[in-house]
Design a protein around this ligand. Structure first.
Ligand code: PLP
Length: 402
């Protein structure tokens, strides 16, 4: 590995502030008992403020997918019925998780190029009578933000409630868990929460519990079964979780939450919107084509086709080697065709975005001036961008990660 660290502009994990890393490196603490308990209660209170809920919050020791599986598996119960909206790689992840828990999964498949539509969702639900509908807020594969507030209202009108993947949105875009009437929301520590990976906080509202308790059969899982987490919370107040929680990760996350709340949620949302706009304007000036229409572009992730004749993989390589900046490649049918840039948490600053744009400009200039070593030219004729919105395809095998 090169000595000079990479500046991570991938859509998670994000660079972590030194004080959060320092908190992570403190001596290991006893993860229960009279000294830990008041600290843990404050930590959960902070998470509640960020989820904007008075409901239950559990810091599941896992990556984001672990939190999603805990949320969805518990809501579905054993062999229950569930609906999933998908318009991206991570919508398909929700679908895979749902199918691991029940054969009774209804799918509302939307093209990758647009968000889910509340009226369409309502009509679709009317024909089905579902209680739980899972959807991704900001799909990190497309940079499209689904309109959760309106989808939740549409679902409510048909007797359903949303289970939301807010992995790349919570603390970067508004998520009103109670205010929007959601059943549950799951996220991950390594995105807008500005922490190393390892903790997947999950929130469940009273509506979510009503659905869970009304399921004919509980989920067969144990570790990722939120009923179990609730049982320990109720019955073991000195140790309100069923497992040894990763205390160093929790201490670090607590420090990150303090920083987030000190900044203020509204100020953060504005910072993310401004960083997104700065990046998008800059990319367009450099000749990139944005994947997501600005009307529904996520404030935390941008996906873009490189300028004509520029190969996405070669561009990413040059950015990494010459400028020590990492961006991510495309997922599913967008692999090799787009780059994905994170402006989550600490990435969403004018300074970082300007540095990235400057480096991209230099790469394009150098690449055009000296085609051949290494070339930035397209390797496949006509590959860079589609003439018309393409049909989404399911991945045949797990594609490149974020
Ligand atoms: C929207 C979304 N959902 C789910 C995941 C999966 O999270 P993890 O890789 O932490 O399991 C990611 C990861 O990038 C994501 O961006």
């Amino acid at each position: 590995m090169e000595d000079r660290p990479l500046d991570l502009m991938i859509p998670g994990p994000v660079p972590v502030s030194p004080d959060v890393l320092e908190a992570m490196g403190q001596p290991v603490r006893q993860h229960y008992g009279p000294e830990w308990q008041p600290f843990y209660e404050q930590f959960i209170a902070r998470l509640r403020r960020i989820f904007e809920t008075t409901g239950s919050v559990y810091p599941i020791p896992a990556s984001g997918s672990g939190g999603l599986e805990a949320m969805l598996g518990t809501l579905i119960g054993a062999d229950g019925v569930v609906g999933v909206i998908t318009n991206g790689f991570f919508g398909n992840r929700l679908l895979d998780i749902a199918r691991a828990h029940t054969p009774h999964v209804e799918v509302l498949q939307i093209p990758y190029e647009r968000p889910a539509d509340p009226d369409e969702t309502r009509a679709w639900l009317r024909a089905r009578r579902l209680r739980v509908l899972a959807v991704v807020h900001s799909d990190t594969s497309t940079g499209i933000l689904n309109p959760i507030a309106d989808l939740a209202a549409a679902a409510r009108a048909e007797g359903a409630a949303l289970a939301v993947d807010a992995v790349s949105s919570l603390a970067g875009a508004p998520v009103l868990t109670d205010g929007w009437g959601l059943a549950a929301v799951a996220t991950a520590s390594q995105k807008c929460l500005e922490c190393p990976p390892g903790v997947a906080p999950v929130a469940v509202t009273s509506l979510g519990w009503e659905i869970i308790d009304g399921q004919p059969a509980p989920s067969r899982g144990w570790y990722l079964n939120l009923r179990n987490w609730r049982r320990y919370e109720r019955e073991w107040p000195h140790h309100p979780y069923p497992v040894t929680i990763p205390s160093n990760n929790i201490v670090a996350l607590n420090r990150a939450l303090e920083r987030i709340l000190d900044e203020g949620l509204e100020a953060r949302f504005k910072r993310h919107r401004q960083a997104a706009e700065l990046l998008r304007g800059g990319l367009e000036r450099l000749g990139f084509t944005l994947f997501a229409d600005r009307r529904w572009a996520s404030p935390t992730v941008t996906v873009a086709y490189p300028p004509d004749g520029i190969n996405a993989a070669a561009l990413m390589e040059r950015l990494r080697v010459r400028h020590r900046i990492a961006v991510a490649g495309g997922l599913d049918h967008l692999a090799g065709r787009v780059i994905r840039i994170g402006h989550l948490g600490n990435q969403a600053t004018t300074e970082r975005i300007r540095r990235l744009l400057g480096a991209l400009e230099a790469c394009l200039r150098e690449g055009r001036a000296a085609p051949g070593s290494p070339s930035l030219g397209a390797t496949r004729a006509g590959a860079p961008r589609p003439a018309a919105p393409g049909r989404p395809r399911r991945p045949r095998r797990p594609a490149r990660r974020t």
